[in-house]
Design a protein. Sequence first.
Lengths: 252, 259
Amino acid sequence: MEEFLRAEHLHKVFSSGAEKFTAVDDVSLSLQHGEKLAIIGESGSGKTTVARIIARLIEPDGGRIILGGKDITKTKGRELRQVYGVMQMVFQNPVESFDPRWTLGDGICEGLLNHGYARAEADKECRRLLSMCGLEEDFARRYPYEVSGGQCQRAAIARALALSPKLLILDEATSALDVTVQAEVLSLLDSLHRELSMSYLFICHDIALVQDFCHRVMVMHQGKVVEEGNCDHVIRNPQQEYTKRLIDSVLQ
Amino acid sequence: MAELLSYEHVDISYGESVVIHEACFSLAEGEILGIVGESGSGKSTVLKAAMNLLGRDGLVTRGDIWYRGRNLPDLPVEEQRNIYGPELAMIFQNAGSSFCPIRRVGVQLQEMMAAHGCRDRESVEEKAMDILGKFGFDAPKRILDSYPFELSGGMQQRVGVAAAMLLRPRVLLADEPTSALDVTVQKQVIEEMLLARKLFGTAILLVTHNMGVLRAMADKMLVLHRGETVEYGRTVEVMAHPKSDYTQRLLAAVPRLRR
Ligand SMILES: Nc1ncnc2c1ncn2[C@@H]1O[C@H](COP(=O)(O)OP(=O)(O)OP(=O)(O)O)[C@@H](O)[C@H]1O
Ligand SMILES: Nc1ncnc2c1ncn2[C@@H]1O[C@H](COP(=O)(O)OP(=O)(O)OP(=O)(O)O)[C@@H](O)[C@H]1O
Ligand SMILES: [Mg+2]
Ligand SMILES: [Mg+2]
């Protein structure tokens, strides 16, 4: 397998007034073509921040991001739009990720229209994407506050898939779904993985789900990666104190 | 035990479409009822109906929601202030957007408590720090001094749970209260809710997708499917002998950790 994404020594300090807080402390990761890598760990340990740095939504205070062999750490403007054709992110809070003045359909079509689709084509594609994610066509006409939490989350996944990215960053992207719908969405992602060799960075608190879905897992605690490896291996033989505590707390 | 909250033949619609049909269940003091079901089946709608938060298009079209002798959908606005907060408090599915984005968390908690007559700022701060401390925050002061956007998803969710619990309501309407938490913190939050039930007799209506959380907390459970109640009974019994097809499918789809 060939490396697709590499993040090296990411660092992020937030300041709030005079206080400084290190949210991401020397995090490196590498994702192969067609690999499914999970990040699990403490709430507040920096998972979303790492994802947002990689998706170029916030500036790191240190480190580099290399996607498909190209350094994108400083990429801007038009070139960055091209990067988003390859890499998309589904946000932890789906409702806030849609503009409340737009219908879900408008949100999903935006990227398509920017990438040269004609209106009618975009609408058709939007309906196809919604139905792939288990939502009927009429959801395109609804506003984000007119749908349930899990329906909005599925619309967010549909939007992220619109441009057929090669890498999808999923930040708690199935946490608002019941287990049957969750299984359907994951089987959709799995088929895209098999057919188009899509790669996933999968941030998730459900460790059993991670074990089912991902190849490798990284465990974060207080801004650092404390352990990583093959999912089964880490879950069966956790080495670090924190990982052990985490796995022991899983409710069955 | 005294019944606190009871839904009697409740139908709820948004505009033309009926999303809840014939909801019938009750909650006694100190009892925890879990509601599970498919995404979009109407779980949040059931909770919002009790809080009069269905929005412009939403309406209870049939049936009653009784809370200690009052029918909640008919509650006059003047009475809502006295009930919502100290009697019934809700934890929202989407914690992040239930806070004002431009004011610090601590200030918002102070205002919420002041609106319900607690004006002693020091004691409110102390209580808030105490409860946040139990939710896995080593430095609760930092949380109170933050703006909501400076907190992670799970941190916002914990603040939402803390806010509802600070009011020490008789009934807690908890919509996915631990969905954004790692399992160690989840355990701590569950323990606090169970403690509130034990110490103060808090009743909880708990919506969750997590069967482990349900099993750990709920005395009774109700399964919703497309707005219909397909199962309602004691959690241990439903889990052991699910009657409806949908419940069977749901339980079978739960991913299990292989250790
Ligand atoms: N914009 C910001 N300003 C200040 N601090 C921030 C900001 N964004 C995040 N943080 C802080 O950085 C830390 C990491 O947050 P992050 O959202 O990355 O956590 P997370 O691992 O995704 O947690 P969760 O599992 O709860 O979503 C937290 O302590 C948070 O308070
Ligand atoms: N304001 C609204 N206007 C129109 N339809 C709505 C509105 N709010 C919710 N709905 C619809 O009502 C149904 C029930 O929604 P509700 O939010 O109660 O579901 P839920 O069971 O909480 O789902 P989830 O598990 O995904 O959060 C859904 O089909 C949803 O699309
Ligand atoms: Mg996060
Ligand atoms: Mg809901």
